[in-house]
Write a protein that binds this ligand. Structure first.
Ligand code: HC1
Ligand code: SF4
Length: 572
């Protein structure tokens, strides 16, 4: 252990602790902008400087470790002056358009400048407008970038895609797409992790709320919304409500007040996905198709984008089942349109997702009888949902719980856990077991694969009626690359693999609320498992609405019509 003095207080911490961590242990919160534990500890911003007795120069607290007898001042006159200067310099590189910024009130630079009482910016410079393709779901605004390097590091070290890099020199130094590429050809998976780790508003999603408002204005349109599993665990984080105070049914009421005609829960189409994907898995297993390589889940579009660019020869190993988002749209524009007796063209499908890649996934085509178009018309992230609720002055605190619409008001616990890493696999195994044995297993029989694994992947073996099924669950694309390479080298062998692009699965999705540098995927995932435990029906195949849908429309999993509407052949 090492004992030192920080701001006249003695503190004892383990060897190797940084000064910043030692200060935090006695509730001294040293300001910082670029620091991300384990990912970005390069002291690029120099906001975290402190004074050390006996040393002339200030030192950065994020990457200097404690020494016995050290005496540190975190807010001496020298520190105060230096920090203010640093922040003022950073402000000079930033356009300061807080009024129109998506991160206003959630921006670390804005907060620090305000905390330091910086009321004027003497270094203001003229900004040159840098073009960016605003039709792409991910948008970079170079005039807000403070060169903290977080996006570069998260994309390189965690997601293994190297999309960003430093470009230019001197005063023109900025961060841009690496190797001078256009973002559309840079293999970006649209995981959105660079957005959720950006301390300012230099990265954001494309705002699609106007598409919804146009549909709401159009009297001919019937607006049908779905809310993804992981949204319920996070939507109210920045609206000042605890998870207990924010059941998903409050969003239902908000949507009704906005004029949305029907509101459904994506958990029902997650159940439908399990019926199709679980049946496909059992069929592939029985056909001997999984002897060399496993079947991969395909519901995460960030992962599907990744496999297409990084491991194109493995595309055939993806499940052909569409994601719950897409299956929802396909059901709405066919079965539901028929039930309402309306032309499918009149149905406008809206998704609320914790994800940016869903905005690109929605471009998937649907052709069915007279209809040619998309399954899904508009995808909004959890953050866009929050902004929309604020714009509509719908205060979630005072919203009553509403009820999801018929005929899909039932979702199961299996559908809810889709939003957490391991959840899709667990839900699939619950139903695969039933398909093979004709009996339900204990709903928690596959709990071994739960939980966030930051490094590597989780593996398990289950015995299903004498068949040993080896499974793996991975989240984060850097981890995924390692797993794919191990599979290729035949170092590991699985029959079924779940992949989620974002660390922790959709709960940690790139469209979720941002809490500077804090990872909440695990906490949000646990609350989804808590909801699962409390749900009356915990098996997708026991969902009466799904049973009814097969009876009335699809006949059975993998039927001709199911293939037409609920499956897709993935292509590069
Ligand atoms: Fe997900 Fe999915 S779980 S991909 O993480 O399969 O986005 O929540 O909606 O489609 O159900 C996201 C979440 C989501 C789909 C489902
Ligand atoms: Fe990299 Fe993901 Fe950001 Fe794309 S969205 S640049 S893959 S971190």
């Amino acid at each position: 252990m090492v004992t030192l003095t920080i701001d006249q207080m003695k503190v004892t911490v383990p060897e190797g602790t940084t000064i910043m961590e030692a200060a935090a242990s006695i509730h001294i919160d040293i300001p910082k902008l670029c620091y991300l534990k384990g990912i970005n500890e390069i002291s690029a911003c120099r906001v975290c400087v402190v004074e050390m007795e006996g040393k002339d120069k200030l030192i950065t607290s994020c990457n200097n470790v404690v020494e016995e007898g050290m005496v540190i001042y975190t807010n001496s006159p020298k520190v105060r002056l230096n920090r203010r200067k640093t922040v003022s310099m950073l402000l000079s590189q930033h356009d300061g358009q807080c009024i129109t910024c998506s991160r206003s009130m959630n921006c670390s630079l804005q907060k620090i400048a305000n905390d330091f009482n910086i009321l004027e910016n003497p270094f203001k410079k003229e900004f040159v407008h840098k073009e960016w393709d605003k039709t792409f779901p991910l948008i970079r605004d170079a005039n807000k970038c403070i060169k903290c390097m977080r996006c570069v590091q998260i994309c390189d070290k965690v997601q293994g895609l190297n999309v960003w890099d430093v470009s230019g020199t001197g005063a023109r130094t900025t961060v841009d797409v690496s190797r001078n590429r256009d973002i559309r050809v840079a293999d970006c998976s649209l995981c959105g992790q660079c957005i959720t780790h950006c301390p300012v508003g230099a990265l954001r999603e494309r705002d699609d709320t106007s598409m919804l408002f146009s549909a709401l204005e159009d009297e001919n349109k019937i607006v049908v919304a779905q809310i993804a599993p992981a949204v319920r665990a996070a939507w109210a984080e920045q609206l000042g409500l605890s998870r207990e105070e924010a059941p998903v049914e409050k969003i239902v009421t908000a949507f009704r007040r906005m004029g949305i005609d029907y509101v459904f829960d994506t958990t029902f189409s997650a159940d439908l996905t399990i019926m199709e994907e679980g049946s496909e898995f059992v069929k592939r297993l029985q056909d001997g198709d999984l002897e060399e390589y496993p079947m991969f889940t395909s519901c995460c579009p960030g992962w599907v984008r990744f496999i297409k660019t990084q491991f194109p020869d493995m595309i055939g190993r993806l499940s052909t089942a569409k994601s719950p988002q897409q299956m929802f749209g396909a059901v709405m524009k066919t079965y539901f349109a028929k039930k309402l007796g309306v032309d499918p063209e009149r149905i406008f499908t809206l998704s609320i997702m914790p994800c940016l890649a869903k905005k690109a996934e929605r471009e998937m085509d649907l052709f069915y009888e007279e209809y040619a178009g998309h399954d899904i018309d508009c995808v909004l992230t959890t953050r866009e949902l929050d902004r929309m609720l604020r714009a509509e002055h719908l205060n979630p605190q005072f919203l009553e719980k509403g009820e999801f619409d018929s005929p899909f008001e039932t979702g199961t616990g299996a559908g809810v856990i889709f939003g957490a890493t391991g959840g899709v696999m667990e839900a699939a195994l619950r139903s695969a077991y039933f398909l093979v044995t004709g009996e339900n297993p204990d709903a928690d029989a596959f709990r071994e694969i739960r939980g966030v694994k930051r490094q590597g992947w989780t593996e398990a073996e289950f015995d299903v009626a004498g068949n040993v099924i080896r499974v793996a669950v991975v989240s984060g694309l850097g981890n995924t690359r390692n797993l794919m390479e191990a599979i290729r080298r035949k170092e590991v062998k699985y029959e079924f693999v779940e992949v989620m692009a974002c660390p922790g699965g959709c709960a940690g999705g790139g469209g979720q609320p941002i809490h500077d540098g804090q990872e909440l995927a695990e906490e949000r995932g646990s609350s989804l498992y808590f909801l699962d435990r409390d749900t009356e029906i915990r098996f997708s195949h026991d969902n009466p609405d799904i049973q009814n849908l097969y009876e009335e429309f699809f006949e059975k999993p993998l039927s001709h019509r199911a293939h037409q509407l609920l499956h897709t052949e993935h292509q590069v």
